[in-house]
Design a protein around this ligand. Structure first.
Ligand SMILES: Nc1nc2c(c(=O)[nH]1)N[C@H]1C(S)=C(S)[C@@H](COP(=O)(O)OP(=O)(O)OC[C@H]3O[C@@H](n4cnc5c(=O)[nH]c(N)nc54)[C@H](O)[C@@H]3O)O[C@H]1N2
Ligand SMILES: Nc1nc2c(c(=O)[nH]1)N[C@H]1C(S)=C(S)[C@@H](COP(=O)(O)OP(=O)(O)OC[C@H]3O[C@@H](n4cnc5c(=O)[nH]c(N)nc54)[C@H](O)[C@@H]3O)O[C@H]1N2
Ligand SMILES: [Mo]
Length: 825
């Protein structure tokens, strides 16, 4: 999916390096002062890129690289690596991840499925009894089912897209391994896009010719030096930079700290006044939820009417501004998109909008936008309009100016180092008869409606009849919108296999669960810094596999053996041989780039990580500077080679919900729409500070944010007072789609009319037999809408829903979200 920022070049190189690797000698873990260890110690200083560990076993996670402190075979603590400029409390949960009481301890099969075969009593998923089985038996059941479905229905009957944030590691990448197995075993139905940037990545490809959201940003030193005004637009870096897709380098957090030190002016445009915005002394502008497009239009109209826009830039570098001007002036629809008009829609005072426009034009302005604003109905519009606004300001490609859509994510703007890149294990290629992928967030629609055809970015996609869902490394009962709708759709397939370390709600709703190791129970390698490619971290195994858990690699290898494709799956390599081949390939790239690295065995034994040097030029890199300098030589990847304020290609698709010109399209639910009459509050489902989605909800970190033993809800004082709600109260949040229990935090730091419940609380229905039952832990997706952003991108709309709240009366029910299913130890 996304975020695998490796170049096609390194991928190809990796594939070529496949065969002919020598067998590694015994690579036992341990740091006794053997003769070998001493020899290694002597040899190390010549390798200047190496950084030795201080006192623990080096490993890494999405939350940072750290040393695990091991005592008598148990992980008892952690210590961040020395280079981390902003270590993260999440790493301290590593021991709890390993020893969590709700680990799945043995392979399990749902009773009805085991007794009566695939497809039986699927309505009992989530409440049937569980039967433990041996690994041998489990592997037989799963491989027989794959074979049956391939033979009877073909590859389109197996949905193994398996979206999710799994764990770091280039070898034990469960999704890639699942795809690798399924490709070898006849093919499968996959997905395109992701839940993160479903709308933005599609619209940006049309507007600036690249996904943009996963591109390197103007480098941090350049921003710190040149930006005079930083706009955080629906952007909460203080929270979202804690974690990244590779191991975080946390350079972005350091960058924001430097902005604060320098006193750079920051404005945060967000219905919530974030703690991070406060640390930056940011001015808070709080629009109504889901109305950013109108706000941007109001700013654009002010620029135009006060002649503050850069006509020369627009002429030279964009197409379609004339049409946009006409739309601002209301020539097409009779609606002038003035600051006053915008104010009526978005609730920000017209004068504030005008001041914002003037200040942006006066200063060197960097617009840093997050992605919550595009996880909404018509979510294509805000980013398209922000690019348009930046084009009107004319600072795109200048130091410290323009826009950046990834400063809040994985440290976009962290200068790129020069070294080598680890290529992960390949998913292989799909057989010719494999079906076309579905847009990732249409999965419930697909399960429920085989044969239905939808529009998608100029194409049509017809849903196949899915008989099997295989999940490894994702949690759809947290990540997918409208959980109760998913619950119904989830009953359609014959067989659901979930490979997981924990009894998540998704695992509880499976037919077969296969317990897998956490990343701390196996050996792996990972890059540090998604954009910087600054580090290579060894992920040493810290402890033995717990209970009967197996590595994903070994589970898939066993399935491959039963399906007759083991040799192709493993290529004859075990864990350490795979790591050695990945390392060797990276090492030869690094040599070409001027960094000498030790042989693999020595690297592995030395318990060190690698930090590559950063070329001076990269510290001042400016996004779009090349395009600005020579637009004909360096055209964008759009049809015109320029920024497309108007897109003929999109216009040609004739989608009523995404025309060729960006604008304000009211969402399905919002404060000004029909739904608001019954459901007056607008939902904000931002990413949680002390979790990664649903991950770590089952650790003691939860005690720091849970209220009344439920997920917290932020409520404005006015809305709370009206309903007699106080901080600490148990609250029922509900709409037509579902109801959840949450714990109140009453605050002035959220706009009236908006409530926030973060994504990621585990789903815990009070009555699993009843779709629509109260979720006792506060899974916010019980309340969200499962529609696509538009026919263009079909992204998810997790950030848009109207609802009501009330103080919960009566005895607080128990919360079983983090317990194993009844009867299971
Ligand atoms: N309403 C709303 N919904 C949203 C969002 C929102 O903003 N609002 N955000 C969306 C976004 S951006 C995203 S990316 C998704 C995230 O959705 P997910 O990626 O599905 O969420 P995670 O909680 O990270 O789930 C990862 C699962 O993988 C398991 N796992 C970890 N390591 C391993 C491993 O090594 N092997 C195996 N087999 N399993 C492993 C974890 O235990 C966990 O259950 O949620 C989306 N959902
Ligand atoms: N700690 C932590 N870090 C993470 C993650 C995590 O779960 N936890 N997840 C990672 C992943 S997969 C992703 S995709 C990114 C997510 O990165 P984002 O998608 O940018 O994060 P969100 O929290 O969904 O939204 C960012 C901000 O948008 C605001 N917002 C929401 N709706 C509106 C609106 O209508 N108007 C305006 N102006 N603002 C709005 C929210 O209040 C929030 O402050 O974060 C990554 N980093
Ligand atoms: Mo995401």
């Amino acid at each position: 999916m996304k975020k695998d920022l490796l170049s096609a070049w390194s991928r190809r190189r990796f594939l070529q390096a496949g065969g002919g690797l020598m067998a590694a000698s015994a690579l036992h873990f341990g740091y006794s002062k053997s003769a070998l260890a001493q020899a290694i110690g002597k040899a190390l200083p010549q390798f200047t890129a190496l950084r030795p560990a201080q006192k623990g076993v080096l490993t890494a996670a999405y939350w940072g690289a750290f040393e695990a402190i091991i005592e008598q075979g148990r992980m008892v603590g952690v210590q961040p690596v020395k280079d981390d400029p902003a270590p993260n409390a999440l790493i301290e949960m590593a021991p709890w991840q390993v020893y969590a009481p709700n680990r799945i301890k043995t392979p399990m099969v749902r009773k009805s499925w085991l007794e009566n075969g695939p497809g039986s009593h699927t309505e009992l998923r989530g409440r049937d009894a569980w039967v433990p089985v041996s690994w041998d038996k489990a592997i037989d059941l799963v491989s027989d089912e794959i074979r049956r479905l391939q033979q009877t229905y073909g590859p389109s009957s197996i949905y193994a897209g398996s979206y999710g944030w799994k764990s770091t590691g280039m070898l034990h990448n469960c999704r890639a391994l699942l795809h690798r197995l399924m490709n070898l075993a006849g093919g499968f139905l996959s997905y395109s896009g992701d839940y993160s940037t479903g709308a933005a990545q599609v619209i940006m490809s049309h507007v600036v010719g690249s996904m943009e959201v996963y591109e390197q940003q103007t480098s941090w030193p350049n921003v710190i030096e040149h930006s005079e005004l930083v706009i955080l637009w629906g952007c909460n870096p203080h929270t979202t930079l804690k974690n990244s897709w590779n191991v975080p380098d946390h350079v972005g957090l350091d960058g924001f700290a430097q902005l604060a030190n320098k006193g750079t002016r920051v404005i945060s445009i967000d219905p919530v006044y974030q703690p991070g915005a406060k640390e930056l002394s940011a001015q808070w502008i709080a629009p109504h939820a889901y109305t950013d497009s109108a706000l941007i239009l109001g700013i654009a109209h002010t620029l135009l009417s006060e002649n503050l826009h850069d006509e020369a830039f627009l002429q030279r570098y964009t197409v379609g501004f004339d049409r946009f001007r006409a739309s601002l002036l209301g020539e097409s629809d009779g609606v002038v998109k003035s600051a006053d008009w915008a104010s009526a829609v978005c609730g920000v005072e017209a004068e504030v909008i005008r001041q914002l426009a003037r200040e942006m034009a006066r200063k060197r302005t960097m617009i840093m936008a997050g992605w919550g604003i595009q996880r909404q109905h018509h979510g294509e519009q805000p980013h398209w309009l922000l690019v348009t606004l930046a084009a009107m300001l004319g600072q795109i490609g200048l130091p410290g100016g323009g826009f950046g859509f990834s400063y809040h994510y994985s440290s976009g703007g962290s200068p790129t180092a020069r070294g080598g890149i680890i290529s992960g294990i390949s998913a292989g290629s799909a057989p010719a008869n494999a079906p076309a992928p579905i847009p990732v967030a249409r999965i419930a629609d697909c399960l429920a409606n085989p044969g239905k055809t939808i529009n998608f970015n100029g194409r049509q996609v017809t849903y196949p009849d899915v008989k099997m869902v295989y999940v490894a490394g994702g949690n759809p009962f947290h990540h997918h919108q409208d959980t109760n709708n998913l619950l119904q759709a989830w009953r359609r397939p014959d067989t659901i296999v979930v490979q997981e370390p924990y009894w998540t709600a998704t695992a509880k709703h499976a037919d077969i669960v296969l317990p897998c190791t956490t990343s701390y129970e196996r050996n792996d390698l990972e890059m540090g810094g998604d954009y910087s490619q600054l580090y290579v971290f060894p992920m040493h195994q810290c402890v033995a596999p717990q209970h009967q858990a197996r590595n994903d690699f070994d589970i898939f290898r066993a399935l491959a053996a039963r399906l007759g494709v083991e040799q192709a799956f493993t290529e004859g390599k075990d864990e350490m041989l795979w790591l050695k081949s990945m390392y060797d390939n990276m090492k030869s790239q690094a040599r070409g780039a001027g960094s000498a690295l030790p042989p693999f065995d020595m690297f592995w034994q030395s318990n060190s990580y690698i930090r590559f040097p950063i070329p001076e030029a990269n510290k001042q890199w400016v996004r779009f500077a090349d395009f600005r300098a020579a637009p004909l030589l360096n055209p964008l990847g759009t049809p015109s080679g320029k920024i497309e304020i108007f897109s003929q290609r999109i216009a040609g698709m004739n989608y009523p919900d995404c025309p060729g010109l960006p604008g304000w399209l009211p969402p399905l639910e919002w404060h000004g729409g029909e739904a608001a009459k019954r459901w007056p509050l607008s939902l904000n489902t931002a990413h949680p500070a002390l979790r990664l989605h649903s991950q770590l909800d089952n650790t003691p970190l939860r005690e720091k944010h849970a209220v009344a033993n439920r997920e917290e809800i932020l409520i404005n004082e006015r809305d709370a007072a009206r309903r007699g709600i106080q901080s600490g109260d148990l609250v029922r949040a509900f709409n037509d789609r579902g109801q959840i229990l949450v714990g109140a935090v009453v605050t002035a730091d959220i706009r009236p009319g908006v409530v926030r419940i973060s994504e990621g609380a585990w789903y815990d229905p009070a009555d699993p037999a009843q779709p629509g039952a109260l979720c006792r832990n506060g899974n916010v997706n019980c309340l969200t809408v499962d529609i696509g952003t538009s026919m263009l991108a079909q992204g998810n709309c997790g950030h848009m829903a109207q609802l009501e709240i009330e103080k919960y009366q009566g005895e607080p029910p128990p919360n079983h979200a983090h317990a194993a299913p009844p009867g299971v130890v």
